[in-house]
Design a protein around this ligand. Structure first.
Ligand code: PRP
Length: 205
């Protein structure tokens, strides 16, 4: 049995459709919206719906053998897992952005509002830039508009949120897409099953 952590929501549904096409179908998975665990003996797979930012936790602890998480979440979590496959969906970019016309004062630490403090710290420390991280949980774009921060480190998908708020990208940190990840010990233990899954999924890309 392969234990798979799926991110709840639209991305998770897309991922499940890929897995279904690859031969890992599980009846009722998309029908019953409150149920969290689904097992299909025939396909040999057990799915758990988890909060997207928790997928790395379930996989790192080995409760799930494999899972699907965005590169943003993998980078922010610092989880010690294998990244097996780029699923080529959920594409967006991790960026530094601010209000148009922003001028940086290099004499003081840069105030960075973000949901991704670890990503922000790593990016700016590699550039020897002192920052003050302001951790937020949503609507990050508000921070520089209201003067809470100088810049944001956040996800840009279509760019609409930035555009509609008179903001723009200053630099791109890394491209994001959904990745198939695996627990390191489970990968050794279930090597054949996991390799077969990777191979079958690759054909669906
Ligand atoms: C994300 C992200 C941006 C927006 C970018 O927010 O934090 O705010 O999407 O998308 P766009 O470039 O297509 O406009 P999300 O919708 O997840 O909500 P949040 O503000 O609560 O984090």
């Amino acid at each position: 049995m392969l234990n798979v952590a799926l991110p709840k929501g639209r991305l998770g549904e897309k991922v499940y459709r890929m897995l279904e096409r690859a031969g890992y179908g599980c009846e009722d998975l998309l029908k019953d919206t409150r149920k969290l665990v689904f097992t299909d003996e025939t396909s040999g797979v057990s799915y758990f719906w988890v909060k997207p930012s928790d997928v790395t936790v379930y996989v790192e602890h080995g409760v799930a053998d494999i899972g699907v998480a965005g590169k943003d979440i993998i980078e922010e979590s610092g989880a010690d897992v294998y990244e097996l496959l780029d699923l080529n969906i959920g594409r967006c970019r991790m960026c530094v952005a601010s209000v148009n016309g922003f001028r940086e004062d290099i004499a003081r630490p840069l105030r960075v509002a973000t949901k991704f403090p670890r990503v922000a710290e790593r990016y700016f420390s590699a550039r020897n830039r002192d920052i003050e991280v302001i951790k937020l949980y949503g609507s990050i774009e508000l921070a520089p508009i209201l003067g809470l921060s100088d810049v944001i480190v956040d996800i840009v998908e279509t760019g609409t949120t930035l555009k509609e708020n008179n903001m723009g990208v200053i630099s791109e940190i890394f491209p994001i897409s959904a990745r198939l990840i695996a627990n390191k010990a489970r990968y050794k233990f279930k090597r054949q099953e996991i390799a077969a899954c990777v191979q079958r999924l690759s054909k669906e890309l």
